[in-house]
Ligand binder design. Sequence first.
Ligand SMILES: [Fe+2]
Length: 153
Amino acid sequence: MVTPQARAVLNDIATEEFAHEEMMGTITCQLLCGLCPDEIIKGGLDPYYVGHGLGVYPCSAAGVPFSASALQSKGDPVTDLYEDLAAEKKALKTYDYLLDLTMDPDVIKPLKFLREREIVHFQRFGEALDIVKFYLGENKTFCMPEVESDKCK
Ligand SMILES: [Fe+2]
């Protein structure tokens, strides 16, 4: 990343995201531990159980294993920060959808905490984007280069 401040934001958020993975894994483990085969089948978890037992395996809700294909990088700081902003918004919606599917207060509380952190991440990526754009001398708005008006200059 092109500035120390932006680099620090990325390091802070990346570290926190790893902690969030641990929290989600712990929630998943606590929900799965002690289930009997009938409960596993009733919950639609039998394909997962056959593949992974009751262990925590990083995959999407559809069972697609986590891989580097979930990550994006174009090597351009502005482009990558916009991608980070989009990722935070998508994570926020994922937490909304997870909250729609549970009534367990022991699940809702940590999910709401994690959801709030995505909002903070979005804000911090936005601050980093402003810092990087200022450093690079880029406009803060999108402008089409072929526009003849002086509004974008
Ligand atoms: Fe995040």
